[in-house]
Design a protein. Structure first.
Length: 77
């Protein structure tokens, strides 16, 4: 029976934590946005968004929510 090495366990764990956190942030964002406004990749949402396609007040809020969520995932907070 193979015994896992400590370094293998340590390497796997942070990835799971980051993925869980990113999923949590996306879930929170999905509560605030309609399904058609949210893609799997937040960078795609921002890159592919066409300015002026929403009323100005909605547009500002939408972009702010996406940028905040993306920053939270990147910085882990």
């Amino acid at each position: 029976m193979a015994v896992p090495r400590l370094r293998d366990l340590v390497r796997r764990r942070p990835g799971l934590v980051v993925d869980d956190f990113a999923g949590q942030v996306r879930s929170e964002l999905a509560l605030d946005l309609p399904d058609e406004d949210l893609r799997e990749d937040l960078d795609d949402c921002l890159d592919l968004y066409e300015m002026g396609s929403k009323p100005r007040c909605e547009e500002v809020e939408y972009l702010r929510l996406l940028e905040d969520a993306r920053d939270r995932i990147v910085w882990g907070c």
